[in-house]
Design a protein around this ligand. Structure first.
Ligand SMILES: O=C(O)/C=C/C(=O)CC(=O)CC(=O)O
Ligand SMILES: [Ca+2]
Ligand SMILES: [Mg+2]
Length: 408
């Protein structure tokens, strides 16, 4: 197994088998594209300008990396992604390149990480059966937990692309209309039931044509990579507004993503058969694979949940096929999120709504305090790891956010 000449600490999320892409800047310099390796960022604009990146489409290489977003590279397609990944692996494993490449490494602690791509459209699915059943029981106790359509199609809604923010961006507590079932009328004010949703996001590189669906088996021709998502959710605003059109202001105030986009090729060893689907879905939804990602949610440093992505009912390829089956086109930069990742166990639930069961079972933190929803000043971090090639685990880093008081 090849290994890198860069000093990578044991347990790092970013061994040579990962090589996720991001956008970073050093103090006083413009943002550019980089790759994470151990505790360093490799400056791809610098490496490319030095003539070290031998990609197929050489003329375009500089435009891909000397810029503040991954979009141009993402649009270049799977052949370019694979060739670049192979060349980066060569540069970072063959010690003959060490002297020329080392000057393009910067400690990650010295850089600022930015939103890695310009988000085009944003869709959020609802593909964990455990989550959907939990939320159904809490929001609609008098009905079947799963709606009649749930096992026939991956339910989703269109979110707000412009408020997708990079990890680390403070989250201002939203204000809005709230009305609990017993209240005589709605009131306006800061959300009292601010929550998280731990999700996995899929980033589209190659666009599709209007009118032409993208079938399940074309998933890898369009999707560039994978990020972690925190779909911040104001449950009181949501519960009052969502009938009958679905989530709106309760979720559109901010959605955080992790700064490193893990390429699909880094997740080869994480591919798994998803849970059996019964009833069998319609033909356009057949096929697709799951991913064995282990998520971890920390609230003010305490691990409060470990959701397993392997338990998701609908796969990312099925989600993509569904979201384009009507002929809706994809754009470079589209983001679609899995929906909250919840497993069958209590310790695997992906939101506080579920973990504290709508307030009935407060979550205990290591400092002795308890939470049913988020308080001002709380910090939430979601991380994940996956099996990598060669038996080495790879990771996604984290998506983190701290709650700031409402501005009124
Ligand atoms: O069942 C509902 O009414 C609402 C569910 C959600 O809030 C979930 C959502 O945003 C989709 C997901 O993350 O699974
Ligand atoms: Ca969500
Ligand atoms: Mg959101």
């Amino acid at each position: 197994m090849s290994d890198t000449w860069v000093d990578v600490p044991d347990g790092s999320h970013f061994p040579i088998h990962n090589l996720p892409y991001g956008v970073f800047s050093r103090p006083g310099e413009r943002p550019r594209v980089g790759v994470a390796i151990g505790d360093f960022v490799l400056d791809l604009a610098g490496v490319s300008a030095a003539g070290l990146l031998d990609a197929p489409d050489r003329g375009g290489v500089r435009d891909w990396f000397a810029c503040d977003a991954l979009n141009a590279f993402m649009a270049a397609g799977p052949r370019a992604w694979r060739a670049t990944r192979e060349r980066l692996t060569e540069l970072l494993t063959d010690s003959a390149y060490a002297d020329r490449v080392r000057s393009h490494l910067t400690p990650r602690a010295e850089v600022t990480l930015h939103l890695p791509w310009r988000v085009a459209d944003y869709v959020d699915f609802y593909s964990s059966q455990h989550h959907a059943e939990n939320v159904g029981r809490i929001f609609r106790p008098d009905q079947q937990p799963l709606t009649p359509n749930w096992k026939h199609l991956p339910i989703g809604y269109h979110g707000r692309a412009g408020t997708v923010v990079c990890s680390g961006t403070p989250i201002v507590r939203p204000c809005g209309q709230r009305k609990a079932p017993g209240d005589p009328a709605p009131t306006f004010g800061p959300s009292r039931r601010l929550d998280i949703e731990a999700e996995v996001g899929f980033v589209v590189g190659v666009p599709s044509k209007l009118g032409e669906p993208v079938p399940v088996e074309r998933f890898r021709e369009h999707v560039f990579g994978v990020v972690l998502v925190n779909d911040w959710s104001a449950r009181d605003i949501q519960a009052w507004e969502y009938v009958p059109l679905g989530p709106f202001l309760g979720k559109s105030f901010a959605t955080s993503v992790s700064p490193w986009v893990v390429p699909l090729d880094a997740l080869e060893a994480a591919r798994i058969t998803p849970p059996a689907q019964d009833p069998e879905p319609l033909p356009y939804l057949r096929g697709g694979e799951g991913l064995d990602l282990a998520l971890e949610i920390r609230l003010n440093g305490t691990v409060v949940s470990r959701p397993p992505f392997a338990a998701m009912y609908w796969t990312p390829a099925q989600q993509l096929a569904h979201l384009t089956v009507n002929g809706a086109s994809l754009r470079t930069g589209d983001l679609y999120a899995s929906g909250t990742v919840s497993g069958p166990e209590r310790s695997q639930r992906g939101s506080l709504l579920e973990l504290a069961w709508n307030g009935a079972e407060p979550v205990k933190l290591e400092d002795g305090s308890t939470r049913v929803f988020l308080e001002d000043g709380d910090t939430v971090s979601i991380s994940a790891t996956a099996p990598g090639t060669g038996g080495v685990r790879i990771g996604f880093g984290e998506v983190v956010g701290t709650i700031e008081p409402a501005r009124r």
